[in-house]
Design a protein around this ligand. Sequence first.
Ligand code: PMP
Length: 480
Amino acid sequence: MTVIVERPSCTGTTTASSASTTSPTPPDRPFLAPLLPVVGQDTHVPLVDGSSRTYANLDYAASAPALTAVAARVTEVLPLYASVHRGAGYLSQVSTALYEASRRTVAAFVGARVDDVAIITRNTTDAVNLLAGCVPKGGRVLVLDVEHHANLLPWVHTGRGAGRSTTILPVEATVALTLAALGRELGRNAYALVTVTGASNVTGEALPLADVVRLAHGAGARVLVDGAQLVPHRGFSLAATGVDYVAFSGHKTYAPFGAGALVGRRDWLDAGTPYLAGGGAVRDVRTDRTLWQPAPARHEAGSPNVIGAIALAEACEVLSGLPAGALDAHEQELRTRLVEGLDALDGVRVVRIWPDSAEPVGVVTFTVAGHDPGLVAAYLSAEHGIGVRDGRFCAHPLLAHLGASTGAVRASVGVGTSSEAVDRLLGALAQYLDGGARADYVVVDGCWAVQDDPRPLLPVHGIDALAATAGAACGPALDD
Ligand code: PMP
C-alpha cells in the first residue's frame, strides 16, 4: 500500500484558523429528537483518543440506515421467502403475492397514475439506465449540467442511451434565468425527454417541478425526475406534479436491501428494449425469435430481489404514515440549524446553485478555506465519531460550477437524525478551526487517514482491519 506522509495544514496555517472560538450553535435552540427509529442509532464507534461515542451519521444522502420497522419486516418475511412467479409451492405463492403487493405499495407511494407501471430496479442508476433504453428511437434528451452522474452519463457517453442525441444545458445564476433558458431550448429544438433532479445530492436544491413540467409538456417532451434525494425526504407524487417518470433508491429510503424503482408511463416501458435479456422477461422463445413480455416483467429478467422490494415497500408505508408535514418540518429544522451554524464559522462556505431556490432538502455541502475536505472528514470521524462525506459527490460538472473542483464536505440528515449530530458537527468544526486536529493524518492511496490509527475494530465478523479498506473506500478512482 502506498503511504504518502503529509503534514496536514490543520494546525493553523490558513486564514480559516482565525475563526470564531465560540460554539456556533445558538444556546437557546431546543433538542430535536429523531423523527423515526432507525437501526444502529446507538452504535458506538471508537475515537483516536481511546474513548468512544455514539455514531453521528450525517451521510444519509449517500445511504440511509434501515428503519427499525423495515428490519422487523424483513425478519418477519424471511421464513416465508421462496421462489417467485414460477413456483407452484405455497410459499412461492406467498412470496409472489408479497412481491407484487410491494410493487403496488411503491407505486402508490410516488403517486402513480392508474396506467403507470412500477419496475423494481437495483437503485436509481439502474432505473435511469433502464429508461435510457426506452426513449423512442430518435428522441432527443435534455439534461442540466448539475445532475448526479447517474442522471447524466446514461444519456451521453455509455449505457443504453449511448449515441442518442442529448443536450447538456448549463444552469444559469438564478432559478428564474435557468427556467427561461430551459424554455428557450425547448422552443428551439424538439425533445422527447427532459430529465432533472428532484433534489441535488450536493446542495439539496431543485428547480420547481411544476415549472419544468409546464415547459416540457408545452413543448411535447416528457419529464423524468431523479428522485434519489427527493422521494425519501419530501414525498413525491407523479399524479400531482404531472411528472412522467420517477427513479429512486431503497438504500436512500431507509430500506438498504438492494432494491429501487422506476415508476411512470407505460407505453415507452412496454415498447422499450428489455433491460436484461433472460428468463421472466419473455412470453415465448424459439431459437430464431423471442417474444417479450410487456413491462414490468419485460425489464425484470432473472430472479427478482423479493426481500429488497418488500423492505422498500415497508419503508414507503412507514413514511407515508407520518403526519402531513412532519418529514419536511424535521429536516428543515435540522438543515436551518446546520446552515446557520456553518455560516457563523469563518472560512466555511456553504455552496448553493441558485440563491433563489426554495426549501432545499437536508443535504448541505461546504468548503473550509485552505483545508482539504478529505482531511476535515477524516478528522470529524476519528476525533468526534461523525460520519460525513467528502469529494465531488458523483457530480463533477456541478462541483466545477460551484468553484469546488477539488472537492467539498457534505453533511446530510434524515428521519433518524437528532439535533445532537448537527450540533456535534458544528462544535467539532469550530474546534478544528480554532486549534486544528489533535492526531496526525496521512494520505493513504489518495485517502486521508489517521497515522498509525489506534482505533480497534468493532467486533464484526468478516473484516480484519480498517486500513485494508481505506484505499478502496475513497481512492480517486471511486470518487463519489
Ligand atoms: N441521483 C442522485 C441525486 C443521487 O444522490 C444518487 C446517489 N448518490 C444517485 C442518483 C444514484 O443513486 P444509486 O447509487 O442508488 O443508484
